[in-house]
Design a protein around this ligand. Sequence first.
Ligand code: AHR
Length: 317
Amino acid sequence: MKLRTTLLASAVSLLPVAGMAADMTIGFSQIGSESGWRAAETTVTKQEAESRGIDLKFADAQQKQENQIKALRSFIAQGVDAILLAPVVATGWDQVLEEAQDAEIPVVLLDRTVDAADDLYLTAVTSDLVHEGSVAGQWLVDEVAGEDCRIVELQGTTGSSPAIDRKTGFENAISGHDNLEIVRSQTGDFTRSQGKVVMESFLKAEGGENICALYAHNDDMAVGAIQAIKEAGLNPGEDILIVAIDAVPDAHLAIAQGEMNATIELTPNMAGPALDALEAYFADGTMPPKWIQTESKLYTADDDNQAVYEMKKDLGY
Ligand code: AHR
């Protein structure tokens, strides 16, 4: 099934080849399992591949870029038809992406972007990460309605595109609002455990009564922070407002219970659009857009979060 010649480097169309999807072999380099969202993305990707008859070779990088680069080289050596890459950090991909391009293996980025020339990958399926941060910031601007608010920020993995872009978007949204100020900002590496540890240090350094809001770059860190806030004798969602990103079931539950205030949904189904794009590409040479954007929906206490929680749980999320 090697019809890749010239397709990646140029938009030359090829004759349609029937039945390509059914015998595709795709390598998937996943970051790891740092968050509930990540675990859901892995599950959905495996399900999507299975339902399409695709042989998915899965590699868990345990949060390390070097493991992802090794996995990509192994996929290239095995001669897979395409590669799905969820890149842990944004930089350092040029060489291995060039190797994939030389081997005429299209690479599709999932959920995060890279700092590399866009002809080195076929397409990127991601949300608008800056927009997510802006939505979170605007929600807080509206919520505090001009009151002074000292904010602590839990950043995602250092050097990852969501950590960079979600920070930028949030800062853009609060800039010009002198009542809002980020007083502490540190990475919690997108994990629940680090979210708790770092929030404990924020509470100790600032004093809980001096923190008005927490902005976490993902829900898992917010959930860890909620635990820290409770242990400090404060009421999360009331004494400290909490806005985060992902809309995993535990965040909906926390909002339903009044312990969190808002979350922005990131679909774990990046593989569906990615595999649609690859199938079309292999079928008749259709070039996808360089960016396939997924939606970002804001959930607040105005939504029926208990129902959404149950629905997502039923879906096995
Ligand atoms: O790249 C997407 C982010 O990575 C999710 O928001 C986070 O939960 C995950 O670890």
